[in-house]
Design a protein around this ligand. Structure first.
Ligand code: UDP
Length: 249
């Protein structure tokens, strides 16, 4: 019996049981534009090594992965694992880069964007920086990410009033993804993505690693040195490497 491998299977890799799409940045942008044109809500995850390790002991988070329309390779660890599993991917597609590209796109198309997350004032500052960088970029609203889960529906109703095409949620893994899936039926943004510390980077609160450090694949070390509270996540990286080394190719 001949086995038929679907296109989506070929273009996905399972890393420690979690699916990741083998997409480049430009393919990701093309998919996001299709999602917006469809008029229907879509959910995107940017997968990093720490999140994949966290998912191993969080069944709810595993289910979230299964419900995502697109899962991009966000970290050097994910690229390394994909290569080792014989399904190499050519580049990282991070939350920071996606938000930047979408803001540039919005300046051309007028697609509307909402920034939700980070400490009070940070998302607004990030939005101001993006409006200066891409004049005409249509960021229709911002809100900080410090509210209890019981208020999710109230916050969602406020965002729904603005009917954004893109909703970027920067509240950390897995809170941001859980917020997105729970509130998708209310907000109905065409594209919702959890983007971690992105607004901290755009607002200037946290500096992105210099390109040379990114090329050396040491951005995780840079981030930990800038923000020692990230140490608990950094500690997950050796575990990720060990688990991937044990995974059958
Ligand atoms: N954050 C938030 N609400 C919370 C907890 C965190 O908005 O209840 C924000 C925090 O201020 C930071 C972002 O979420 O801007 C998390 O960034 P991090 O780089 O830790 O994200 P991750 O590594 O989880 O993707």
């Amino acid at each position: 019996m001949s086995s038929v491998v679907s296109k989506s299977e070929q273009s996905r890799v399972e890393i420690l049981g979690m699916p990741v799409d083998r997409v480049t940045m430009s393919e990701t942008m093309a998919r996001l534009e299709e999602f917006v044109s469809s008029g229907r809500p879509h959910f995107v995850i940017t997968a990093d090594a720490a999140g994949i390790v966290q998912a191993q002991s969080d069944q709810d988070y595993q289910l979230l992965y299964r419900r995502a329309d697109l899962i991009t390779p966000d970290s050097a660890g994910v690229l390394w694992a994909a290569k080792r599993l014989g399904k190499p991917m050519s580049e990282r597609v991070s939350g920071v880069d996606i938000v930047d590209r979408v803001c540039a796109l919005s300046a051309d198309t007028g697609d509307s964007i909402f920034f939700l997350g980070a400490a009070p004032g940070v998302a607004e500052l990030a939005a101001e920086k993006m409006r200066l960088k891409y004049p005409g970029c249509n960021i229709v609203g911002t809100r900080n990410g410090y509210f209890p889960a019981e208020s999710d529906r109230v916050v969602a109703a406020e965002i729904a009033e603005l009917d954004p095409d893109f909703l970027f949620v920067a509240m950390g893994i897995p809170r941001q993804e859980k917020f997105i899936l729970d509130t998708m039926p209310i907000i109905k943004a065409r594209v919702s993505i959890g983007v971690g510390g992105t607004f901290d980077v755009f607002s200037g609160k946290v500096k992105r690693a210099p390109v040379i450090i990114q090329k050396l694949k040491l951005e995780w070390l840079w981030r930990t040195l800038q923000n020692p509270s990230k140490l608990s996540k950094t500690k997950l990286l050796p575990k990720f490497v060990l688990l991937v080394l044990k995974q059958k190719r």
